[in-house]
Ligand binder design. Structure first.
Ligand code: MN
Ligand code: ZN
Length: 440
């Protein structure tokens, strides 16, 4: 699927399909289209679609009408409309299309181009069934033309690169845990490094042992899959301090000896989505080549129960030298991440962003549509919240006040890996904050 900016009026497009957006309460400028809408009693409800054949006044073979609901059109609703536009085109086997520009609340032309390309490309993502030969459809959407009045630089490539990154993230997430192991994630990072000319460093368990990463190793030791610490560097800003992205890559989280209930346990293959997000981000960055230095660190392990697995009550010494009493082996994300954060210190980062499926408590607090952000630096936190708004992937700040720090003090070690019943996400972040003292 390729994207282009076009300055040619939409009705002059002589390809397969032109899109016509319709807002509630406004009739279409084209009288014939309006006649069709009346005939079909089409109401321009948000995300409703109607595929028409040849329409006089349009050079394309057909016209796809997409309802946008009430004006003003919000960013969220525009994305909804794009998704229905995408499925209507795939039902009708559209090969190429032109999309008009439309006014979206609080959005400029750049946002419109990036979002249109990103959403349409992302909608084309398909889960690959393992070992099942997909029937390759001969007719796919090949070209999307986005109309623009302005002659400014095209922002489309940003949307495409982000969608390409998202596709890698989703693919890694969807793969079964017997395929997507820490070794597989390391191989994926290696091949990204080859494709995009990034630097890749992979620490094996023996390397981690010599760095004293006993916390990360305490998670991987119960599994026959060896743990990995994977780092990828992209540098395009001289010796500027890098931004470091840290991702949780627990490729399967059974809970360990603190075993999880069986129902829904298969979903614990997604416990590496922090790592997958980080690798997806590196893909987008490598394709866009911005002037920044970015390093990603993925802490990857499989959390399994075994005779040699960590037990509740075990105490380990982390790479930072601080000791941790493991009270619950299912609070393993922070155990792999704390050593990755200590590893990040060597890069003298400008800032570190740690991305993880860290606690079920986070879903209890914020549900499935919002991520929690917790940080020790106001500016970094507010930049992340803003980025979430811009991308339509919202986050909300939770506090990591000292009052919560007391909840993870341990009578037997520097800290314990879980707090009490309440504030489970906050105490997880409090735990990690003890390993993030050297950087924002
Ligand atoms: Mn867990
Ligand atoms: Zn986990």
């Amino acid at each position: 699927m390729e994207f282009f900016v076009t300055h040619q009026a939409v009705d002059h497009y002589s390809g397969d399909c032109s899109v016509a957006f319709v807002l509630k309460g406004k009739s279409n400028e084209n009288r014939i289209i309006q006649n069709y809408l009346d005939l079909h009693r089409f109401e321009p409800k948000l995300a409703s679609t109607l595929m028409l054949g040849k329409v006089e006044g349009y050079k394309s073979k057909r016209v796809l009408v997409v309802g946008l609901g009430e004006s003003p059109l919000s960013q969220k609703n525009y994305i909804k409309a794009l998704k229905s536009l995408s499925s209507a085109m795939s039902v009708s086997k559209v090969k190429n299309v032109v999309i008009p520009s439309i006014e979206v609340e609080d959005a400029d032309e750049a946002w419109l181009q990036i979002t249109t390309a990103r959403v349409l490309k992302n909608e084309s993502y398909k889960v690959k069934k393992v070992g099942v030969k997909e029937e390759i459809s001969e007719i796919v959407l090949e070209a999307v033309n986005i109309y623009s009045q302005n002659n400014g630089a095209s922002e489309i490539q940003k949307g495409v690169a982000i969608a390409n990154g998202m596709a890698l993230t989703r693919e890694l997430g969807d793969l079964p845990p017997n395929i997507c192991t820490p070794t597989y994630i390391a191989e994926t990072a290696k091949s990204l490094a080859e494709t995009y000319n990034l630097e890749c460093e992979i620490l094996e368990e023996s390397d981690m042992e010599s760095l004293g990463m006993n916390s990360l190793l305490s998670v991987s030791k119960g599994s026959i899959e060896p743990g990995k610490l994977i780092s990828l560097s992209y540098s395009n800003a001289g010796n500027e301090a890098p931004i470091v992205l840290v991702g949780k890559g627990v490729t399967f989280d059974s809970g360990g000896i603190s075993l999880k209930p069986g129902q829904g346990m298969d979903e614990m293959k997604y416990d590496m989505c922090g790592a997958a997000s980080v690798l997806g981000t590196m893909t987008a960055i490598a394709q866009l080549q911005p002037k920044v230095n970015i390093i990603s660190i993925v802490a990857s392990a499989e959390n399994m129960p075994a005779g040699n697995a960590s037990k509740p009550g075990d105490i380990v010494t982390t790479a930072s030298g601080q000791t941790v009493e493991i009270l619950n082996t299912d609070a393993e994300g922070r155990l792999v991440l704390c050593d990755a954060l200590t590893f990040a210190e060597k890069y003298k980062p400008a800032s570190v962003v740690d991305i993880a499926t860290l606690t079920g408590a986070c879903i209890v607090a914020l549900g499935h549509c919002t991520s929690a952000v917790m940080g020790n630096n106001e500016q970094v936190v507010s930049e992340l919240l803003d980025a979430g708004k811009e991308a339509g992937d919202k986050a909300w700040e939770l506090p990591i006040w000292d009052d919560y720090q007391d909840l993870i003090d341990s009578p037997f070690a520097d800290m314990q890996n879980i707090g009490g019943k309440g504030a489970g996400s906050i105490t997880a972040a409090c735990f990690l904050s003890r390993f993030a003292k050297e950087f924002p």
